[in-house]
Ligand binder design. Sequence first.
Ligand code: ZN
Length: 129
Amino acid sequence: MIGDGRSITGLSLDQWTKAVVVRQIASQRRIKIPPLTSIAEDAPPVLAFVNYGHWKAFCPNPACGGAEDIWREGPWLLFCLRCGNRAVGGRWVLVTMPEPAERDAIEERLAPLHRHEQNWEATEGEDGA
Ligand SMILES: [Zn+2]
């Protein structure tokens, strides 16, 4: 299976936001992680993608270049620990994940590949590859 935030950390997204190591990183960078209910609904969602066998999404600020792990079962939210989502008021940004059936098909297609070949982004696969 393609990895995600849960498989990497063993935590739910909510637990991850409260983990000591995550809190320490945020504190060092003077970032405050908001509750999962603080969502920038006015900001365009970011697209989930698969990179080297893991579900990820890029920071809403292209100039930042940060990417974070995504929880495949949700909640589909991203908070960049590099910049604290300052571009969207320090709130969570929505992540667009493929529908479950499409997601399963993507993972099935990537499963036999080597880890470094397990890559997918939303611009691919629209023609039913
Ligand atoms: Zn960022």
